[in-house]
Design a protein around this ligand. Structure first.
Ligand code: FMN
Length: 208
């Protein structure tokens, strides 16, 4: 069990410092305020390719591709909180975010084909996944097509899908900065996930 709560935020928006990355930053800021050890990765800055579907990982448990995503995927296995951010593009997540999720297929192969990766219920309880998203439209269901990919991603990588930090109607608000509550709620969510995991760590320390 780690002594600090490690938080990894991954921005899947191609637009730097746009609505989604700003909302992600608010979550990470809250996490930092609560004492979390926070890191952010911006997929747009990385050089990576999508999964080729070669299925070599079904035999080996590793991906044949070695590029900038390789280290990010391994980093995911070392954090307590994983925050994946993507705006809604064409009613789903961006190509960048989906590219990352598909490349995590080797974890799936380890779990379900090679059966040499198993996350205990306790592990999953201690590892929280958060989806951060924004959408232009004000439709209540505008995020619905994105959720299953996030569910698959968090399942594959051993995280409990803990919560969503989502804000729709960006077109009407003129961006996330014009939203009355989104940034404050995001910050609070970042704080509370770190506090929650830290409490679990302390409760399980020897002599607690
Ligand atoms: C290519 C593209 C597709 C989009 N598709 C949708 C969509 O299907 N539904 C929606 O509500 N907004 C859509 N939007 C709007 C974005 O979700 C919205 O502006 C979001 O806040 C952008 O986040 P960003 O500032 O991080 O880029 C789309 C924007 C782009 C550029």
């Amino acid at each position: 069990m780690s002594e600090t709560v490690k938080v990894l935020g991954i921005s899947g928006s191609p637009r730097r410092h746009g609505n989604t990355e700003t909302l992600l930053d608010a979550v990470l800021e809250g996490a930092r305020e609560a004492g979390g050890d926070v890191e952010k990765v911006v997929l747009r800055q990385l050089d990576f390719t999508s999964c080729r579907g070669c299925n070599a990982c079904h035999r080996t448990g590793v991906c044949v591709i070695s590029d900038d995503l390789t280290a990010v995927l391994e980093k995911i296995t070392a954090v307590d909180v994983l925050v994946l951010a993507s705006p809604i593009y064409s009613m789903g997540i961006t190509a960048e975010a989906k590219g990352l999720i598909d490349r995590a297929q080797y974890f799936w192969a380890r779990k379900f084909i090679l059966k040499n990766l198993y996350f205990t219920d306790e592990h999953i309880r201690h590892h929280k996944g958060i989806f951060v998203s924004t959408a232009g439209l004000g439709w209540e269901n505008v995020f619905d097509a994105a959720f299953p990919a996030l569910t698959a991603f968090f399942n594959t990588t051993g995280f409990e899908y803990w919560d969503n930090v989502i804000a729709n109607d960006m077109d009407r608000y003129g961006g996330v900065g014009g939203h009355p509550t989104a940034l404050a709620e995001a910050r609070e969510k970042g704080r509370s996930v770190v506090v929650l995991i830290r409490k679990m760590q302390i409760a399980e320390e020897p002599g607690a």
